[in-house]
Design a protein around this ligand. Structure first.
Ligand code: ADP
Ligand code: ASP
Ligand code: MG
Length: 814
């Protein structure tokens, strides 16, 4: 005999029921089969919902009833030939019973646990009937037996306990006489000794199957469901979850106790008692191997077998000096909970005995608090203990594995992984057997926690990086192109899976938590929603993805003003926007501090020299103990381009226009020509060199005329360039007469900085600087005479994008 159980999805549609039937027929060729079935997928919830409506005197329960009826009749119509009037009228009469029950609940406006069991039993009773009749109509040797006549319980309605002796006797006696080759049993349902309908708890069909399998001591129990086994974590929440081939009974029990819904926790015990392996299989993919749960000691290098979670947890904390050293205190506490029939899921007590903290189901929280506060009223009024503290909307995440006790550092790894992702841990518990380490966290963080822990313990190989980009002009577009192009390279060589999850500019924004398809992002962007800076931030927070990075490719002050908010949410910031780092020293400092405090990197390599490694080089010098005494640099690609192209044969106005046309200047060229942009860059370098300095402290003698500086618009500025051409020719002629080149130079010397146009003599490293190149010379204690030089293209969309990309990768590799 084989015992197979099919869950809600497996019997949820005619197509799936046909799959179930063919699996059963295959098995029946070799041996007799007992098949336990769940209600049609989702029906138990629907029945409870209809009951709740009726109880609330909401007449829409009738609509729910109709919907439930329709679901079943749709299935019947497809499975059983229309001529079969007998079956149809039988099912009709069953639905009459259901309608009467709901009407009754509506009338007396009460839904007791006892009535609730009558209501929910309907799901399994009807599904088993339909399946058995379908098979019979096809001439299969099948018989349905109502499990309520076999499985006997106490009258703890909604979660009744089995009378094992009676139940086993009934099962053995029924099957000793059974002649059919296939027996269909409704799961979940039972009867009390006094003959009332009871149920075995939500998910209880698994348990029915285990009870039957154990009573008959069959060779194997199979649980057929909608996933290919027990996974390393819930596959619906973590895409990378993997099926586990083998598990011990204890591991399976821990995983299911801590939330792996695929197996109802009590299921393991009956199987374990008589040593029957449990095989979890996928009805939709019978060819998949599935999971085998047995007492076989599984030798594996993996100490952590799976990660599971329980949602809707409340945490209660009892604190006070009055608890220290008083025996029987916890006993009293837990007795109160037991009296209220409240199940304690997790307990932690600090070794100081000063506080005790326990996790229970959210729905029991208020009752528990009230009962405990009342019971300890006396101690509370004497201030020996505090009134109990209650926190809700929490979840437990648990690592599970038989061999965790033999491996050091697992909990360290678990907590540091959560910490790195800014997931706050409210309580920690480790079972004495060390088969489980649990952490209580906010429910909103569960998906992120499961994904990061899974990555840490099962994937190690690749790390997911989630990028949110604001600003998709030349540089932003190039960045997206580079990320797309390098995606598989990074995955293969650096084990980084860099995904763009959000894209926005000043008009539109869109998101895809699975990663935006970069092949057609521009057309997706075309139809995107209206954007706003705060809305983009809110969405990034709401998605709550691990290793999130916000990339600012704008020149916007308002965007830069959001960095602090991002960092506080543990979202890293990468910016080519210089505003934040060249604003007040106070703000610059604050961002550095937030970055450290929230463990969220803040990188802005492209603020100086576009893609050139300038800031990184400076940081490395400082970090390794060198002292930077002086920096001499040409930091403006645009000014360099302009002075390299300007001569007595070309006017200044046209040269600036050309630079703007080729994309080397800021949208407002005055920012470049006034020297402000260069001043900002040397300011940032000075600050990176630990100098407390502001923009006003930088000596900036402009080479522009009063008229240029006082221009009222960009167009007006260009007009003044024409008017003052003679001034620029003078600058050119002087340099030429001295055999020099004009370069706009930034200097930093022992805490002071200045910028300005200089005549550079032949032989100087700046003299031959071509096109839009930058050069930065660091004089340090280790490089006192010959400076450390960084030189190369200092402007342009491609190189700036690659600088941003390098920052993203740096964070990913961290
Ligand atoms: P059935 O109706 O077949 O009894 P359930 O919905 O009760 O199915 O259980 C299967 C579901 O359990 C899966 O669809 C999955 O969402 C969930 N689940 C949670 N944790 C795990 C896990 N570790 N492995 C597999 N499934 C899991
Ligand atoms: N139908 C019941 C439930 O949804 C039992 C089960 O499917 O195992 O809880
Ligand atoms: Mg189930």
């Amino acid at each position: 005999m084989n015992v197979l159980k099919f869950g809600g999805t497996s019997v949820g549609s005619p197509k799936n029921i046909n799959k179930v039937i063919s699996i059963l027929e295959n098995y029946a060729e070799k041996d007799n089969v007992t098949c336990v079935v769940s209600a049609v997928g989702g029906i138990t919830d629907k029945l409870l919902k209809a009951g709740a409506l009726a109880q609330k005197k909401d007449a829409s329960y009738k609509k729910s009833f109709k919907a439930i009826k329709k679901i079943h009749f749709d299935i019947v119509e497809e499975l059983i030939p229309k001529k079969n009037k007998k079956i149809v009228s039988q099912i009709e009469s069953k639905f009459e019973e259901l309608r009467d029950l709901l009407d009754g609940i509506f009338l007396i406006n009460e839904l007791s646990p006892k009535t609730s069991d009558k209501l929910t039993s309907f799901g399994e009773l009807i599904s088993s009937y339909i399946i058995a009749e379908t098979m019979e109509s096809r001439g299969i040797d099948v018989k349905r037996k109502n499990s309520q006549e076999l499985i006997i319980t106490n009258d703890d309605f909604t979660k009744a306990e089995i009378d094992t002796k009676l139940t086993n006797k009934n099962i053995k006696s029924y099957f000793s006489d059974a002649k059919q080759s296939i027996t269909i049993l409704p799961g979940f349902v039972a009867k009390s000794v006094s003959g009332e309908q009871t149920t075995l708890g939500r998910g209880g069909s698994d348990f029915t199957a285990a009870i039957v399998a154990a009573a008959l001591k069959v060779e194997r129990l199979e649980i057929w469901t909608d996933v290919s086994g027990m996974f390393t974590t819930n596959p619906k929440l973590v895409k990378q979850a993997l099926p586990i081939k083998k598990l011990s009974y204890q591991e399976a029990m821990e995983l299911s106790h801590f939330g792996a819904k695929v197996l109802y926790p009590p299921t393991v015990q009956p199987a374990l008692d008589v040593n029957i392996p449990i095989h979890i299989k996928n009805t939709l993919h019978p060819e998949h191997e599935g999971t085998i749960i047995s007492n076989e000691v599984v030798s594996t290098k993996k100490s952590v077998k799976g990660i599971s979670n329980i949602n809707n947890i409340a945490l209660l904390t009892l604190e006070g000096s009055g608890m220290v050293g008083i025996p029987g205190f916890s006993k009293r506490l837990f007795e109160i909970l037991a009296q209220e029939k409240i199940n304690v899921i997790l307990i932690t007590q600090a070794s100081s005995e000063h506080s005790i903290c326990f996790g229970i189901d959210d729905k029991d929280a208020d009752i528990a608090k009230q009962a405990i506060d009342t019971a300890f009223e006396n101690e509370i009024s004497l201030h020996k203990i505090e009134p109990i503290q209650l926190e809700k909307e929490l979840s437990i995440v648990a690592l599970i594995g038989d061999h965790m006790k033999n491996h050091q550092g697992i909990s360290g790894k678990m907590f540091s992984t959560l910490g790195k992702n800014n997931i706050n841990i409210r309580a920690i518990a480790q079972g004495a057997s060390e088969k489980n380490i649990s952490a209580v966290i906010a429910q909103k963080d569960v998906k992120k926690a499961l994904n990061t822990l899974h990555e840490r313990f099962f994937e190690v190989k690749t790390k997911q990086v989630n990028v949110f980009i604001t600003g998709v002009g030349n540089v932003g577009e190039k960045l997206i192109e580079q990320i797309q192009q390098q995606h598989s390279f990074l995955q293969k060589n650096l084990k980084l899976n860099v995904r763009i999850v959000g894209i926005s500019n000043s008009r539109k924004m869109f998101f895809n938590s699975d990663g935006i398809n970069l092949n057609n992002w521009t057309s997706q962007f075309h139809y995107a929603d209206k954007s706003n800076i705060k809305g983009f931030f809110d969405k990034a927070v709401e998605l709550n993805l691990r290793n999130s990075i916000f990339v600012d490719v704008t020149a916007s002050e308002a965007v830069a003003a959001m960095y602090a908010d991002y960092l506080k949410q543990n979202i890293a910031v990468v910016a080519c926007n210089k505003i934040a780092c060249s604003g007040t020293f106070e703000n610059y400092k604050k961002l550095q501090e937030l970055s450290l405090k929230y463990n969220a990197p803040f990188l802005y390599e492209t603020n100086v020299g576009a893609g050139l490694p300038v800031i990184n080089t400076l940081n490395n010098l400082v970090a390794s103990g060198d002292k930077v005494t002086s920096i001499q640099a040409v930091l403006s690609g645009s000014l360099n381009f302009i002075f390299n192209n300007y001569s007595d044969r070309k006017n200044f106005h046209d040269t600036v226009k050309q630079a703007q046309y080729e994309g080397y200047t800021e949208p407002d060229p005055r920012i470049d020509l006034s020297g402000v942009d260069v001043a900002r860059k040397i300011l940032i370098l000075a600050r990176e060199n630990k100098t407390n300095i502001d923009l006003e402290d930088i000596d900036n003698v402009s080479f522009l005329t009063e008229k240029n500086l006082n221009s009222t618009s960009i167009d007006h500025f260009y007009d003044t360039l024409i008017e003052d051409e003679a001034h620029f020719q003078k600058l050119y002629a002087s340099a030429k007469a001295n055999n020099c080149q004009l370069k706009y130079v930034a200097e930093y010397n022992n805490g002071k900085a200045k910028v300005g146009l200089r005549e550079i003599p032949e032989g100087h490293p700046f003299y031959n600087l071509k096109g839009k190149d930058n050069i930065i010379m660091f004089y340090t204690e280790r490089y006192p005479d010959l400076p450390l030089i960084v030189r190369g293209a200092g402007a342009g969309a491609d190189v700036t994008a690659s600088g941003l990309f390098a920052d993203i990768i740096r964070i990913g590799n961290n």
